[in-house]
Design a protein around this ligand. Sequence first.
Ligand code: 13P
Length: 249
Amino acid sequence: MRRKLAAGNWKMNGIGADLAEFEALARAHPRPDCEILICPPASLLHRAAEAASDTPIAVGGQDCHSEAKGAHTGDISAAMLRDAGASHVILGHSERRADHDERSEDVRAKARAAISEGLTAIICLGESLAEREAANTLDIIAGQMSSSIPDMVTGENLVIAYEPVWAIGTGKVPTLEQIGEVHDSIRAMLEARFGQDIGGAVRLLYGGSVKPSNADEIFAVSNVDGALVGGASLKAADFSGIICALENS
Ligand code: 13P
C-alpha cells in the first residue's frame, strides 16, 4: 500500500507570520491518515521546520542545486535544505523549467544530489496546452520521465507529480479520464524501468488547481496517491479540506 501524500508548494509566498498556518493545520490534523508536507520558500525553511516539529507536518524545499557547494550565487544545495530541516525537495517544477530554463537533464542531476543527501525528490512533469492539443501528452511525459529521473530511485526517495502546465493556477483541471490516463501511463513506465516493487511503490501526485471542492473526485482516480497543491495550500482551512478528502479517499 502506498501512503498518501498531501504536499503544499508555497512557491514565492510566505513570511514569518504565515507560519501560523502550520499551527492551525497541526491542530486540525493531529493524527492524519496521510503524509502532510509543506514546501515554503527557502527563507522560511528553518523556522517552518521548527514550527512543524512535534507535529505530523514535514517540510521540504522547492529546488536544489546539483552540486554540494561552491560559487553559485543565490542557489541552495541539498545538504543545506537538509540542514535547515527539509526531508523532501520539489524538482523540475514547470515554473522553474520556464523561468530558469531547467532542462530534464538538469532536473536529473538535481535529483541525484537530493537523493544522495537523503532527501525525497518530488519530480514534476507535465505538458503545455499546445502539447495537449497536439495529442502529444503521453510522449512528452515519457520523454520527461526518462530524462529527469535518475537510476538510483526507490519507492521511498522518489515521488512524481503530474502537473499539466495549463492547469497550474488557472482553475482549469483535466478531465478525470485525462488524469487517469497519464497516471496509469506513468505507473506503467515506472514499472517497466524499475520493476514492479519499486515502480509500484513510487507515489504519484496530481497537481494543478486542486481545491477542496474538486479533491474528492481527483483522489478517486486510479494511481492518484495525493496532490501537489499551490494556491490552496497557503491557508490551513483550504489545505485541510484537501487533506480530509485524501484521508477519505
Ligand atoms: P495551483 O494549485 O495553484 O494550481 O499550483 C499547482 C502547483 O504548481 C503546485 O506545484
